[in-house]
Ligand binder design. Structure first.
Ligand SMILES: Cc1cc2nc3c(=O)[nH]c(=O)nc-3n(C[C@H](O)[C@H](O)[C@H](O)COP(=O)(O)O)c2cc1C
Length: 365
């Protein structure tokens, strides 16, 4: 067997996971319109990848105001819940585990994506130097300047996360991953470059962590903490993010999440041009008692070495899962990997989505 360390089984919180090759969350922008509803085509795509140790879904908005990009799915309407149930049932039928990645885009947004008269909301009215995809006509365009959430509005956003988790539970998901990475609302509150608030949700580190921890607690109340994970990207500058002390900030967040008994922390250690950040990875590993999932640029060989070294418990693979629905089997047998085509990452049809070949029948692993 190749890449052996990846193929021991693992308990992640309450979940029995057959091996350590996990599927990272991947936005594919193929929800049906209008309504941002998951479809049978999405169910096929996820079921094809059910031999992953577990699958984390694409980022899914908890509310209309959380919609950061065109064509992404939501989890705040009955239609979306029914669409997701199709996906969950297909993955379960194929023997897989599926977590829903819940997020709110915050300042990564544009009024054309939102209900009439609304602008994106954020901890502070600071426009990010980043872009979003609004429509096929406009392509990528600059995000809006957001408005700062009123203190009195924040509890309502926490409740949106709770309500989306309740829908996920009804739809049969195995758990929730909170998207605290890559510059969306949870991350915007966490880092001091985007959170300049002067109320109890900003300023000190303790205050900046208040909203993320309220969300984590609410979702853990719905599913039990053993079915909830949290994703961070301590060193990632994607979506114009900065923090004056990323190691300290994210170690404190991981410590607090550990005290809530969350099942796992999922660390984007490298994404795109960013170098792997060993200092924050190690600090998080040291304080978080649950499972440590590493992500970002791993191959079978480097992932197996990372797990073998004890620095991570499992590896989440993103891009490799786009083009290799049977990735675990390929890593186990050292089979060649297919290259993913970036032109079909976001939006479109089955092409570049559910038409990547499987080397053998699924369930072979
Ligand atoms: C097409 C695409 C969509 C992505 N969508 C999400 C997402 O919805 N949520 C998220 O947390 N990360 C998202 N990411 C980041 C990936 O989960 C992962 O961190 C990144 O691809 C690096 O891992 P890799 O080297 O294994 O691909 C996305 C990445 C790509 C390429």
């Amino acid at each position: 067997m190749a890449n052996e360390a990846l193929f021991d089984k693992l308990e992640i919180g309450d979940l029995d996971v057959p091996h350590r090759v996990l599927m990272a969350p991947l936005t594919r922008s193929r929800a049906s319109q209008p309504g941002d509803v998951p479809t049978a085509m999405n169910a096929t795509y996820y079921a094809q990848r059910a031999t992953a140790g577990l699958i984390v879904s694409e980022a899914t908005s908890v509310s209309p105001l959380g919609k950061a990009y065109a064509f992404i799915p939501g989890m705040h309407t009955d239609e979306q819940e029914a669409g997701w149930k199709l996906v969950v049932d297909a993955v379960h039928e194929a023997g897989g585990l599926l977590l829903l990645q819940l997020f709110h885009g915050g300042r990564v947004g544009h009024h054309d994506l939102l209900p009439a008269g609304e602008v994106p909301v954020a901890p502070s009215a600071l426009r990010a130097a980043t872009q979003t995809y609004v429509s096929a006509d406009s392509g990528m365009i600059d995000v809006d300047e957001p408005r700062a959430l009123e203190t009195s509005e924040i509890a309502g956003v926490v409740e949106e996360f709770r309500a989306a988790a309740e829908r996920a539970k009804r739809a049969g998901f195995d758990g929730i991953e909170l998207h605290g990475a890559n510059g969306y609302l949870l991350d915007q509150f966490t880092r001091d470059g985007s959170n300049k608030r002067t109320d109890e949700y900003g300023g000190s580190l303790e205050n900046r962590l208040r909203f993320p921890l309220e969300v984590a607690r609410a979702v853990a109340e719905v599913f039990g903490p053993g079915r909830v994970g949290y994703r961070v990207s301590p060193s990632g500058g994607f979506n114009d993010m900065q923090d004056s002390d990323p190691v300290g900030t994210f170690a404190a967040l991981a410590d607090a999440l550990s005290q809530l008994d969350l099942a796992y922390i999922h660390v984007v250690e490298a994404f795109g041009p960013v170098e792997r950040d060993e200092a924050s990875a190690e600090a998080i590993r040291n304080v978080f008692d649950g499972t440590y999932i590493a992500n970002g640029g791993y191959t079978g060989e480097t992932g197996s070495a990372r797990v073998g070294s004890g620095k991570a418990d499992a590896i989440a693979y993103g891009t490799p899962f786009i083009s290799n629905p049977d990735l675990p089997l390929r890593l186990k047998t050292d089979a060649p990997l297919a290259e993913a085509d970036p032109a079909t990452f976001y939006g479109g049809t089955e092409v570049g989505y559910s038409d990547y070949p499987d080397l053998t029948a699924s369930g072979a692993l």
